[in-house]
Design a protein around this ligand. Sequence first.
Ligand SMILES: [Zn+2]
Length: 241
Amino acid sequence: MSRQVSSLLAIAVVCVTLAPAPALAAAPKKAPVDCSKVKCIALTFDDGPGQYAGTLLDTLKKYNAKATFFLEGQYVKSRPAFVKRMVAEGHELGNHSYTHPDFTKKEIWDIRAEVKKTQDEVKKAAGVEPKLMRPPYGLTNLPISDVATEFGMPIILWTAGSEDWASKDVEKIKKQTMAVAKQDSIILMHDWVKQTVEAMPAIVQSLQKKGYHLVTVSDVIKGEELKPGDAFPVPQGWSNQ
Ligand SMILES: [Zn+2]
């Protein structure tokens, strides 16, 4: 063996030895979940990152469940570490405005500014930009759709709600979520509601026991072939172009 080769080998050995443990301990890559073949559900958390997001992320990690977070830019700015963690742990991010105004009452330039500021904050926090948009209160119209188109995002609403913000009751949140959970449901929840985060271990375990895979919104809507500016589920009186 030449001197050069052996010293290269020595360097390689050192590199391997010094490699950080998480890289060596990384779990083998699993095949992505195919929601046309298995039962899927997308849990979505709005208005965050909320102050309890860390506990929620711990629960999701423990049960290998994925979720989608529709983030408010002002909280991305104040809690960037949660956003970074969401991306690192395989969750999906959506844009839910910067300050949560009713977009249907705003001028298009104002909507655009709200969306852009949030995209920029998420990029700063986690190095990626959301690819989905959920307007505040789930209210949408043509100018909102135009802005979503400009940013290359479909508008994602929800098929059912946990009503967590109204009940703020662990048992009621569990009961309501399990009652509305169906194949390919997109369920609205909030990570600023403490009781939602407290209910989550039981909800995740019950859903998994029923055979559901907890996946991102993009996994659930894969078959819909939504274009930027399209809304899903299609609101009453709306038609995607
Ligand atoms: Zn909201």
